[in-house]
Design a protein around this ligand. Structure first.
Ligand code: ADP
Ligand code: MG
Length: 399
């Protein structure tokens, strides 16, 4: 069914050298890895190849060294963390091409694993330089891309290598592509999208794309204020991009043309100051927001109506919290809607896919991240996919 090759198509890899692009751009503090989610995501692919007897060379970038070596951004720093998550010994190679890598391949036993240096130390990485691609490929037999989070970049190790070596999607990449495909490319209808977060401006392309794709577009968060204002609602001192009212009206008009129902809140949680449990907190109709109040969450009546919308849907994609969820009680709408989506997913009536840095944090806060069908931690690549863009790293795997 899939249009790309996976590890199921790879054949006998015993003794072969596999370049495996992974995401090791890990959060670090004082030289220690603070969250190993990205390492764990790469484990199935790495172990499957190693256990089949391949020599596994991991390729990854770290930080933004801008094409030069930087002692504070060497991938040697993550070797210990990768070893402990894998439960295997891992060799470090301070190059990505040339004789040093060739020697390392010679020493590495079948099933051995090595991490090559930060690919962004070489200017050819971000330029997708064919010479660098050729030099990296020269030491290997095949290429596996397991880094969906880097697939929106056409770099040497995310895109170029797929053209010069037999190329396969790793297990993590495969899972992400299958989940995202089910959510937006060929979803079961009706489809709902929840889009929230602070600003319309950061998600214009997402909104424009979604109105042509989904049956219900639920807009919450700060960006709902811009849409409310465009509809003539006085939003007081709420976060609002008044310069984008024309754009908001255009999106609403396009939604109507495409048969997409847009849901804006009709009651809201407001307060005069932005603080936890402020004394001025109240719930009101959107038409009753005072000049000195700001909207910080979607109201309970709207949340209940939105839950009813989700109950009629088979597929949900979600990016962006419904309110300023980091501060109590402005997490209420996000938590309630997340729990509804989680319950419907558990019952088997909804396929739910969510992504975005703050969105994942909000779903964890609601305690339901594990109940969603799929949670993407890919950040920029997830948003570009929500915008309907081709991801070069994925396209290169498809040919
Ligand atoms: P993601 O990282 O999931 O893509 P965003 O970065 O777009 O999400 O948005 C998250 C931010 O939006 C959060 O910090 C949240 O506090 C803020 N936000 C949501 N609703 C409001 C609101 N009504 N007023 C101000 N900020 C809001
Ligand atoms: Mg964010």
């Amino acid at each position: 069914m899939t249009a790309f090759k996976t590890l199921d198509d790879i054949g006998d890899v015993r003794g072969k050298v596999a370049l495996v692009r992974v995401d090791l751009n890990l959060p670090m503090q004082d030289g220690a890895v603070t969250d190993d989610t990205r390492i764990r995501a790469a484990v199935p692919t790495i172990l499957e190849l190693a256990d089949a007897g391949a020599k596994v060379l991991l390729l990854a970038h770290f930080g933004r060294p801008k094409g030069a070596r930087s002692s504070t951004q060497s991938l040697s720093m993550v070797v210990g963390a990768v070893q402990s998550v894998l439960g295997r010994e891992v060799m470090f190679v301070p190059e990505i091409a040339g004789d040093i890598v060739a020697q390392a391949v010679g020493i590495l036993p079948e099933g051995g694993i090595a991490i090559l240096e930060n690919t962004r130390f070489w200017p050819g990485e971000e330029k997708n330089d064919p010479e660098l691609v050729k030099a990296i490929a020269a030491n290997a037999d095949l290429y596996v891309n397991d880094a969906f989070s880097a697939a929106h970049r056409a770099h040497a190790t995310t895109e170029g290598l797929a053209h010069v070596l037999p190329a396969y999607a790793g297990r993590s990449m495969q899972a992400e592509l299958e989940a995202l495909g089910k959510a937006l490319d060929h979803p079961e209808k009706p489809v709902a999208a929840v889009v929230g977060g602070a600003k319309v401006s950061s998600k214009l392309d997402v909104l424009k794309h979604l109105v042509s794709k989904v049956d219900h577009l639920i807009i919450g968060g700060g960006m709902a204020n811009t849409f409310l204002a465009a509809n003539g609602v006085d939003v007081g001192k709420s976060l609002c991009e008044h310069d984008l009212t024309d754009t908001a009206l255009e999106i609403l008009a396009n939604a109507e043309k495409s048969g997409c129902t847009v849901h804006l809140p009709y009651d809201v949680v407001v307060s005069k100051e932005f603080a936890a449990n402020p004394p001025s907190l109240r719930i009101c109709n959107v038409h009753e927001v005072a000049d000195d109040e700001m909207i910080l969450d979607v109201g309970p009546a709207a949340v209940e109506a939105l839950a009813d919308v989700l109950k009629t849907c088979r597929t949900l994609v979600w990016n962006g919290p419904m309110g300023a969820f980091e501060t109590e009680p402005f997490d209420a709408a996000t938590v309630a809607l997340a729990r509804t989506a989680a319950a419907l997913t558990r019952e088997g009536s909804l396929v739910s896919v969510a992504g975005g840095g703050d969105t994942v944090a909000a779903l964890n806060h609601a305690g339901v991240a594990g109940d969603f069908t799929y949670i993407s931690t890919a950040g920029g690549a997830f948003l570009e996919w929500m915008e309907g863009k081709e991801l070069p790293g994925v396209t290169a795997l498809r040919k």
